[in-house]
Write a protein that binds this ligand. Structure first.
Ligand code: HPA
Length: 273
């Protein structure tokens, strides 16, 4: 058995030995989205440190635990805390948890993140449905030998984010009276934020928000046959003409404000996925 597959199975076996629930939907909580975990009726809360081959998260405001339980009747796995390449992990390491929740049975992945707003009509704490993405990360989580039993060598990116799931999210946002933006997410490696010239370039390339995560997880989800739905919370405004020095505490506070609204939306959306 190849190395990646045996690691996935070791991690999934360790989780199953604690809780044998089969999740249908897996959720990754980005900065500010920790509140969603509180809404889960958890059957098990497993620190990442107890799951073989999970790296310990180092990013501020990211917890590191896997919750298994129910969210408004839906069987869910919540990856509460994610891994970023700027922490020093390879993209394959960053996305390992996605492969594990897939091995546990999850068929749908919901990704959330904090991002900078490039679209001038966006406001602080807005939520954006990610319709498509641009990948400016260095590297790819699928680099290396491909295990055909995990997924295809050349996964297509025809529909990285599932249109049917997006329709459900739009319906529920509208029913709940919530403004839901939509647009393109561009992923950059970080950890520094961007220069004015870079924000101008990213906007010129057609991106609406910029962040340091999500795209590798979407690629791996596509590789292993999961449907993906993803959201960004706008935490800072990246207008090159009116750029202000970034205050990370302010970004986290804005992420928490926007995250509370997104968490409410997800509680309506997830049971329908
Ligand atoms: N750039 C990159 N990542 C981010 C930003 C940003 O402006 N804001 C939040 N995450």
């Amino acid at each position: 058995m190849n190395d990646l597959k045996s690691k996935i199975e070791a991690a999934a076996d360790a989780v199953r030995s604690i809780c044998d629930r089969t999740p249908r939907v897996a959720v990754v909580t980005g900065t500010g989205l920790g509140g969603l975990a509180e809404a889960v009726n958890a059957e098990a809360v497993i620190p990442y440190a107890e799951i073989p081959h999970f790296p310990p998260p180092t990013a501020p405001s990211h917890r590191g635990r896997l919750l298994l339980g129910e969210l408004n009747g839906a069987s869910v796995a919540v990856l509460d805390g994610r891994f970023h390449s700027y922490e020093g992990y390879t993209l394959a390491e960053c996305t390992f948890p996605i492969r594990v929740v897939r091995a546990l049975g999850a068929e749908t992945l919901v990704l959330t993140n904090a991002a900078g707003g490039l679209n001038p009509s966006f406001e602080l704490a807005d939520t954006m449905l990610i319709e498509d993405h641009i990948d400016f990360l260095s590297g790819n989580p699928l680099t290396g030998p491909n295990d055909d039993s995990l997924g295809p060598r050349f996964p297509d990116m025809y529909e990285p984010y599932d249109r049917g799931l997006m329709a459900i999210a739009r319906e529920e946002a509208s029913a709940g009276g919530m403004t839901l933006r939509d647009g393109v997410f561009v992923a950059v490696p970080g950890p520094n934020l961007e220069t004015r010239a870079e924000y101008r370039m990213l906007r010129g390339f057609g991106a609406d928000v910029v962040g340091m995560s999500t795209v590798p997880e979407c690629i791996v989800a596509k590789h292993c046959g999961m449907k993906t739905l993803a959201f960004s919370v706008v935490t800072d405004l990246c207008d090159p003409e009116r750029l202000e020095p970034v205050d990370i505490a302010k970004i986290i506070a804005t992420a928490e404000r926007g995250g509370a609204a997104l968490s409410k939306l997800l509680q309506r959306v997830i049971p329908r996925l």
